[in-house]
Every structure is written in structure tokens, then in C-alpha cells.
Design a protein. Structure first.
Length: 544
């Protein structure tokens, strides 16, 4: 525990040493609770103006357009400076939120309130993919990038309960208008702060945004296992959408918890999610995730179903907290299985499709819940929402196991081999596994020439066993052994091979093709910076 605590402290310090990276993380930490708080405020406003029926209508009007636009909006950061796209998103949220709050405070027609709130919801969908794609351009070292990704995940978990608690306090104090006015002002400040972020210049290609987004759908059509996973993600999000509505109904109509009740119940899910996020470290490196996936589905659903039988706020809060723990396990396992099931070069677009589906499912759940409450009552609706997905998971468990078995998984020995290199060692577990999955085993005999001076570079090599001799112009430069690597200079500098590498006895190598290598280490400026010292040393050796 002490070792982990010290490592976490070093990671935080590494990320916050970079001024632009620090600003980006602070901005995201301010934004993420805003997202949760505004949705609670919208539901409370709708419930106050039209009850359950209006909640369902509003959910469709808010989330429907967002679901359709999310796969396309996620690409804004690829068509302009990402840090400017991020600032634009924050400022747009700020203006839309402030106008939404003003509409509620001045008691303008609800259509005006919902119009501004819809704009805010649409712009919110731009932030997460833009933020995640901006971090690699801001990080100066792999340690900073790893730390910033870890901090982003922590912020996500914390915000799930901070946002609803903030919303509850503001609603109890003044009403939904206070939530939007406060978060609107905050996002305007965050947007201005983000304008001071400066990333390294990058080359952008002009692409067809429609064609790019559709590639994610094409990949899903080719991957039935990935479709199954996204179906469960959509189903789980639909349950969460229904739960957002049901907590409002439960707090007001059943448990008489008052204006802050919905936020307290939603926050319970967030607290459980934070506990579950800490527990998911047990999944790192696990080869088979189907059992944990199924467990997550069950632990989310069964407690929600049991809420139907509670007679007090305390029991409801505990059960929803347990559901939050299950949600963390579901999120981690479904995301990991999806990453293992689709091609890396279209993974971002597949996640863009997932975001759109999630928004649509959230809307569908928000619509279905009030209809079911009106038809069969609150208790039966909780039972149906909780047990539907576990029953489907039980029926489809063998298919889930098939996806798990078919997903590419790196050999642990290859992961350890990469971890021992200065190039890939700083990468996080998920990125390291992704690189290791692309390694190609090569067996060579004594005296074989692996690379020849003057040839075009096509692969990067790591030595698992054996030795190789590096020569330039016939002069010996170095002898490399297990754990050493070679071949990176020609790939990174796009030049012919600068030396010849010949085996000294039989050897086992691992090769990484040019595209996979460049994607891993130069997909962000952080990778290139990390290689700087190694490159300079190797070039100096070869020039001597």
C-alpha cells in the first residue's frame, strides 16, 4: 500500500510539472461534476413542470440529437487545433448553461429552458474525446502521459458523486436555475483558462467527417463479438437512464426525501463506483474477463431490483452504492474486451459509436421508466430495470465467453520484455498490452543478418534470448543481449538503416512492424521525447 501511495504521488507530481497539462486536468476536474449536476437539474426541473411524463419527453429531446451527433462531434479535435477545440467546447457549455439558468430564473417558457439545455448537452459530448486526444500532445514524457490518464480516470469516478451532491445543494438552496448559473460561470472561466493551453504543432489531414465516422460502424459490422459488447453497454446505459428517473420518483413520491433526495440517491451510485474503481485493480493482467463481466452485470442489476422492497432512505442508499460497485466492474471489463476485439486503428471511432449509442440508450431508459411507473408502479419498474440485463447475460453467457476467448491477448512474457525497455517501460498496462499484442516472434540462426546497413527500415526488434553484434562499415559498435533493442533509428527518422545487426549464435527476437511501432511511440509528442536520449546516444555511437 505504501509503495502504491508513493507511486501515485510521483505520478501526480509528474503530471502537474507540465503547466499546460496541469491546466487541462484542472479544467476537466471542473467540467466532469458539471456534467452530472446539470443532468440532475434537468430531471428535477422536468419533474417539477410535468411529472414523469415530461421527464421522458425531455430525455428524448435532450439526448436524441446528442446520440446522433456524438460520433461526428468527436472528430472536431482531428480537424482543428485540439486545445482550441477543447476551449471552444468549454466556452460553448458555459454560454449555453448560463442562458439555461437565466431562462429558469426568469421563469421563461420551459421550451426556452430546454432549448438552451439541449445545446449545453450536445456540447458536453465534445469534451471527453477531445480531452483524451489532447493529453498526448501536452505530455512531455511517457510518465506525464500515464499520470494524466490515471488522474482523468480518478476524476471521472469522483465526479459521479460530487456532481449530484453539488446539484442537490444548489437545488435545495435556490432551484435548478442555480445549478446552471453556477456551472455556466464555472465553464466560462474554465474555457478562458483552457485558451492558455498550448500543444505542439501537429500535421492534420483533411478528411471526410462522415466517412471517418462511418468506419466505426463498418468495424462493428465485421465484429459480431464487439456488437454484442456494445449491446450490453447500451443496455446498461439504458438501465442507468431509467435509474436517473426512478431516483427522482423514489425520492419524492416514495421516500419523501425532499429536493436534495434525487442527488443523494445518485451520489450513492457514484460513491459505490469509486469503491469499485479501486477494486478493479484486481482485473489488471487477468487473461479471462467473462466471469468479471457477468459479475458486474449481476451486481449492478440485483441491488437495483431490491430497491423495490426498501422502506427507508438508508437501505436505498446502500443498495445503490452496491450497484455502483458493480457498474465499475462492468465498465472496466466491457471496455477492455472491446479494446481487445477491434482493430486499433478504428478503436476511437468505435468508441465514438458507443458514445452515440449510450446517449440514445440513456434517452430510451429515461422515456421507458416513467411509462412503466405509470403502468405497473414504481416497485415493479425497479425490479424490471434491475433484472432485465442479468437475465440476458445469463442466456448469452456462452457468447460472452466466446468473445473473451477470441479476443487477442498479449503473452505475459512479451509484456515483461517490453516493460524492461526504456522506450515502452513507462507506458501504462493497457497501452503496454496493446503494443505486446502486435509483436511478431522471430527465430534466427547463428550468423544471420537481421538488418543491413543502407536497407529501408521496416521493423523494430527486441531481443528475448541470444546475442547480436552491431557493426557499421565493418567496424563493430556493440554487442546486444536479452532485453536490448535495435532498429528504432531508421523508423523514427525515416532514413535507411544506419548499421548492420548480425546474430552471434541462435537468438529469439520479437519484432514490431513500422506502423505499430510509430503509432505506439510517436502517436504523441510524449513518445518522441522519451526516445530523445536513446536516439541521440545511438546516433552518436554510430557516427563515431
Amino acid at each position: 500500500m505504501l509503495v502504491r501511495s508513493g507511486e501515485t504521488s510521483r505520478n501526480v507530481a509528474a503530471a502537474f510539472q507540465n503547466r499546460s497539462l496541469r491546466r487541462a486536468l484542472i479544467a476537466f476536474a471542473a467540467f466532469r461534476p458539471t456534467e452530472s449536476a446539470q443532468w440532475i437539474a434537468i430531471l428535477v426541473y422536468a419533474y417539477g413542470h410535468g411529472g414523469n411524463r415530461e421527464i421522458g419527453i425531455v430525455a428524448v429531446c435532450m439526448l436524441g440529437p446528442t446520440a446522433l451527433l456524438a460520433p461526428f462531434l468527436a472528430q472536431v479535435g482531428d480537424r482543428m487545433s485540439r486545445e482550441r477545440a477543447l476551449a471552444f467546447a468549454y466556452l460553448a457549455i458555459g454560454f449555453a448553461s448560463a442562458l439555461t439558468g437565466a431562462a429558469a430564473a426568469m421563469s421563461l417558457p420551459s421550451a426556452v429552458f430546454y432549448s438552451f439545455a439541449a445545446i449545453s448537452t450536445i456540447t458536453i459530448s465534445m469534451v471527453r474525446p477531445t480531452h483524451l486526444s489532447t493529453l498526448p500532445e501536452l505530455a512531455e514524457t511517457p510518465a506525464q502521459l500515464t499520470a494524466s490518464n490515471a488522474l482523468t480516470s480518478t476524476i471521472e469516478a469522483i465526479a459521479i458523486f460530487v456532481g449530484p451532491l453539488f446539484a442537490g445543494a444548489m437545488i435545495a438552496l435556490s432551484g435548478p436555475d442555480a445549478v446552471f448559473l453556477a456551472t455556466g460561470m464555472l465553464m466560462l472561466i474554465v474555457g478562458i483558462l483552457t485558451l492558455a493551453i498550448h500543444a505542439r504543432a501537429r500535421i492534420t489531414e483533411t478528411k471526410d467527417p462522415v466517412g471517418d465516422a462511418l468506419e466505426g460502424f463498418r468495424e462493428l459490422r465485421r465484429r459480431p463479438g464487439a456488437r454484442l459488447l456494445l449491446g450490453f453497454v447500451a443496455g446498461q446505459t439504458m438501465v442507468i437512464g431509467a435509474l436517473d428517473v426512478l431516483t427522482v420518483v423514489l425520492a419524492y413520491s416514495v421516500l419523501a426525501m425532499g429536493p436534495s433526495g434525487p442527488a443523494m440517491l445518485s451520489a450513492a451510485v457514484g460513491v459505490g463506483g469509486l469503491v469499485g474503481a479501486a477494486a478493479t485493480v484486481t482485473l489488471i493482467g487477468r487473461e479471462r474477463l467473462a466471469p468479471a463481466f457477468f459479475l458486474g452485470v449481476v451486481v449492478v442489476g440485483v441491488p437495483i431490483a431490491l430497491v423495490a422492497f426498501v422502506n427507508g432512505p438508508g437501505a436505498a442508499i446502500i443498495l445503490l452504492g452496491v450497484a455502483g460497485i458493480g457498474k465499475s466492474f462492468f465498465d472496466v471489463t466491457s471496455r477492455t474486451l472491446l479494446q481487445r476485439s477491434v482493430d486499433d486503428d478504428v478503436l476511437a471511432r468505435v468508441f465514438g459509436v458507443q458514445e452515440g449509442l449510450a446517449m440514445g440508450a440513456l434517452a430510451l431508459g429515461s422515456v421507458a421508466a416513467p411509462i412503466l411507473v405509470a403502468q405497473v408502479g414504481v416497485e415493479v419498474t425497479f425490479v424490471a430495470a434491475g433484472l432485465a440485463l442479468p437475465l440476458v447475460a445469463g442466456i448469452a453467457f456462452e457468447r460472452i465467453r466466446a468473445v473473451d476467448r477470441g479476443a487477442a491477448l498479449a503473452d505475459p512474457r512479451d509484456i515483461e520484455l517490453l516493460r524492461g525497455t526504456p522506450i515502452f517501460g513507462p507506458l501504462g498496462p493497457a497501452n503496454l498490452e496493446r503494443v505486446a499484442r502486435n509483436l511478431v516472434p522471430i527465430e534466427v540462426s547463428d550468423g544471420d543478418v537481421v538488418i543491413r546497413e543502407g536497407d529501408a527500415g521496416d521493423r523494430f526488434y527486441v531481443i528475448e534470448q541470444g546475442k547480436v553484434v552491431v557493426t557499421k562499415g565493418g567496424a563493430e559498435l556493440a554487442t546486444l543481449g536479452p532485453g536490448d533493442f535495435f532498429g528504432e533509428i531508421a523508423l523514427l527518422r525515416d532514413v535507411p538503416r544506419t548499421a548492420t545487426v548480425t546474430t552471434s549464435g541462435p537468438a529469439s527476437l520479437r519484432a514490431l512492424d513500422r506502423d505499430a511501432f510509430l503509432a505506439a511511440v510517436t502517436g504523441s509528442p510524449a513518445g518522441a521525447v522519451a526516445l530523445g536520449d536513446v536516439m541521440d546516444r545511438r546516433v552518436a555511437e554510430h557516427d563515431d
